[in-house]
Design a protein. Structure first.
Length: 175
């Protein structure tokens, strides 16, 4: 049984915690920028969309595309924050489990790398949609990164579940 103190267990997982905090700050920064400068961002999105589409399209279609683009950025920001909080909770849960540090590191890195891949793909899709105004073109090439990130994330959560189940059902030694 691992008798190390909590602070040393946190220190062993510092890379995962740092990456999760970066993802959390990225989501908060993106949401903060969207809330602080909405008119500037809408003007930039409209400018990019006007360069990429025909002038014949009506203004309602343009407003719809701008709304979709802003929605993608909001979704990216909230997903980044929610997934990062889930990752931090999983890491804090991991430090309370018994066993060696190797399995904890594997689980924590699997969850954190999966979340980072999902966030990277989301921001690239949002930026690509802003430039091209095509949903199918924006997702092209980044769906595989999203799927790989989701596989890593859910695999890490499954490992966490089985590790916690093993620790809960394991008999404690009598003192």
């Amino acid at each position: 049984m691992d008798k190390r103190r909590t602070i040393y267990k946190l220190w062993d997982l510092r890379g995962c915690i740092f990456l999760s905090l970066i993802n959390l700050l990225f989501g908060a920064f993106l949401l903060g920028v969207l809330k602080a400068f909405p008119k500037l961002i809408l003007a930039k999105i409209e400018e990019n969309l006007l360069l990429g589409i025909n002038i014949e399209q009506n203004s309602m279609g343009l407003k719809s595309l701008v709304g979709d683009s802003v929605f993608l950025f909001h979704a990216t920001a909230t997903e980044a924050m929610i997934f990062s909080i889930i990752s931090l909770i999983a890491i804090l849960f991991l430090i309370r489990l018994n066993g060696g540090i190797i399995i904890r590191k594997i689980i924590a890195w699997t969850i954190t790398v999966g979340i980072s891949l999902i966030n990277f793909a989301s921001i690239m899709i949002a930026l690509r949609f802003m430039n091209t105004a095509s949903q199918s073109f924006a997702h092209q090439g980044y769906n595989i990164i999203t799927i790989i990130g989701l596989i890593f994330f859910f695999f890490g959560l499954i490992l966490l579940f089985f590790k916690s189940l093993k620790d809960l059902t394991q008999a404690r030694p009598m003192k």
